[in-house]
Design a protein around this ligand. Structure first.
Ligand SMILES: [Zn+2]
Length: 599
């Protein structure tokens, strides 16, 4: 996942083999039919037919979350008109036994069909959407599974809306059956979103393997350059690992909005060509798409042990999202640099932004990278309360930690190894050989094995809020980093406010700031500053022309009570973490810098 408020035939063959090895029952067949006759009503109609199930009852379950988006979504809430019948069309009794479980009294029927409607009207990568313009199926929210049968093969027959002609997905097509697809098991089905409509499809090949980019349109973008840039990104990412674990790949541009989710051989991406003509936002796009693409390795294959096979009913906890997400942020820069799409100077200019984002936030004193990872389920994707003051982003701190980890491994191994070797080793040993995720200890052991020394200090930085010694690690690449606090211009007030139905309402009060000291609270309405009526426009420039020590009379409404509080403006300092090459690097520093980033 990558969040914009800030996310296969060796593989398929392996999984096919695995599904039989792990007990898929050959006599059982499972098939979905999905229809969408009236898309403007936003309901998919789903029929799920299961033949050969044995037993008096069967539990049909809808996942509660989707891998890559670590938040309980309770997709079962969108299900309507659940019905079940046997092979002769006789209705079967059922009852709900949990929020996402429908227990059907199947009575050993040779064939059972359940049907239901799914409301789908949120255009977001972790939700499903159906409208007159297109359909997007986020599969964990549309396809149920039978408890205990997650490893069964399954087919999906899409009855496309009559005006549509295109389907883009990572699923393999069933030959001879238009718009019908198959998955070797439900883990694969749940990792293959489906985009339908009349999308424009751009395509390219890497090592003979087809890649497509599907979107509603590409506007004024130079399509040849767009294709060439994505091809170069894929080439750089795949040559880093040295293996391409799929037979086809689909980038699914679902439409405007924010966010992306990585999948096995596809990615779902908020995409709108508007605005991408400016070089800065286009670079932002390439970073975003490189992020979601590289997750194919880092999190899908190279994964913490908790992240697959998944328990779709509940939270799957891991301390390691700082590696899976932060590492993927760090690799955005390296991949684009190696692809020739981001210069060395651009990397040096952009990398400090991740460091500054968390180092300048008050939450860095309260939450470690491992705790931020573990609590993603209750914090990262559901901001609120005092989270702006007390939490950090495992994306930002993780990127900073993976940067210093990379430089430490390069330095300690006399530039013989790097984080790339960590990724390749984890891919080879845990994904290809052991076919499982790694434990926290195994990740550390691989890093220390390659560096040849203890990396205790870095792992302590990950699990605590201890200050990071950036100058020491950046010096390994012959870089100086500016860690000096700098006073920002103007007076500092220390609260954020925004317009809410014509009122200016406080949204956050920064811990220990002047506003916090003076007793301002979130949800206070700011009526006036120094007797002048306040609104959002005036608020934005209110303190730039003032200075530390100035007193401001703030008239507020708190509930029904109006009061005035006095805030004495302070000085806000921030650190830039700007990077620049040292004047006279030694040979090891110079060699590390040269191998780390291309010109
Ligand atoms: Zn991500």
């Amino acid at each position: 996942m990558k969040n914009n408020f800030r996310i296969i035939a060796c593989w398929v063959v392996l999984l096919c083999a695995a599904s039989f090895a792990f007990g898929a029952r050959a006599e059982e067949t499972m098939a979905f039919t999905v229809s969408m006759e009236k898309p403007e009503a936003h309901y998919y109609h789903v029929v799920f037919r299961c033949d050969g199930l044995k037993g008096a009852t069967q539990d049909f379950k809808m996942p509660s979350w989707t891998p890559g988006y670590y938040l309980i979504m309770d997709y079962a809430k969108n299900v309507l008109n659940f019905k079940a019948e046997d092979e002769t069309g006789n209705p079967l009794a059922w009852e709900k036994t949990a929020k996402n479980t429908w227990m059907v009294r199947t009575g050993n029927a040779a064939s059972v069909a359940v049907s239901y409607d799914v409301y789908a009207f949120t255009l977001f990568v972790a939700n499903s959407y159906l409208g007159s313009d297109k359909g997007f199926i986020s599969p964990t929210g549309v396809f149920m599974h039978v408890a205990g049968r997650i490893r069964n093969p399954v087919t999906v027959d899409l009855r496309l809306h009559e005006k549509w002609s295109r389907v883009a997905t990572g699923l393999d097509p069933v030959e001879g059956k238009p718009n019908t697809f198959r998955a070797p098991d439900f883990d694969v089905l749940y990792d293959c979103p489906i985009l339908m409509g009349n999308q424009e499809i751009l395509s390219f090949e890497v090592k003979g393997i087809p890649h497509i980019f599907a979107a509603d349109g590409f506007g004024a973008l130079d399509k040849a350059k767009f294709v060439s840039d994505h091809k170069r990104m894929v080439e750089a990412a795949t040559s880093l690992i040295g293996d391409i674990p799929y037979t086809h790949y689909a980038f699914l541009g679902i439409g405007p909005g924010g966010g992306g989710i990585e999948h096995l051989n596809s990615s779902s991406l908020a995409f709108s060509p508007d605005g991408l003509s400016n070089p800065g936002s286009y670079m932002g796009w390439l970073s975003f798409v490189a992020h979601e693409y590289f997750h194919l390795y880092n999190v899908k294959a190279i994964r913490p042990i908790a992240l697959g096979p998944f328990d779709y009913d509940r939270e799957n906890y891991t301390n390691m999202l700082w590696v899976s997400e932060g590492g993927t942020v760090y690799y955005e820069y390296l991949i684009l640099n190696r692809a020739g799409l981001m210069t060395r100077d651009e990397v040096l200019e952009r990398l400090p932004r991740s460091i500054a984002a968390f180092e300048n936030s008050p939450g860095r004193l309260f939450q470690s990278a491992t705790m931020s990872s573990f609590d993603a389920w209750i914090q990262y994707f559901s901001r609120g309360g005092d989270s702006a003051n007390t939490t950090i982003s495992y994306y930002d701190k993780g990127a900073a930690l993976l940067l210093i980890l990379d430089l430490a491994i390069r330095h300690d191994s006399q530039n013989r190894h790097s984080l790339d070797d960590v990724m390749r080793t984890l891919y080879g040993v845990y994904y290809k050989e052991k076919k499982r995720g790694f434990t926290d200890g195994e990740f550390r052991a691989v890093c220390e094995g390659l560096s040849g020394t203890s990396l205790a200090e870095i792992f302590e930085y990950a699990s605590t809020v201890k200050d990071i010694d950036y100058p020491k690690y950046l010096a390994y690449a012959g870089l100086e980093i500016d860690v000096a606090p700098k006073a920002l211009p103007g007076g500092s007030f220390g609260a954020a406010a925004r317009d809410s139905n014509g009122s200016l309402v406080v949204t956050n009060v920064e811990r220990n700031s002047p506003a916090w000291q003076a007793g301002l609270s979130p949800q206070d309405e700011i009526i006036a500053l120094d007797g002048i009526r306040a609104d959002a426009r005036m608020w934005n420039g209110a303190f730039a022309s003032r200075k530390a020590g100035d007193k401001v009379a703030v008239e507020i409404a708190r509930g029904k009570k109006i009061q005035t509080i006095e805030v004495i403006l302070g000085t806000k300092t921030e650190r830039t973490f700007r990077l620049k090459p040292m004047p006279n690097p030694d040979p090891l520093q110079a060699a590390i810098f040269k191998d780390w980033l291309k010109n």
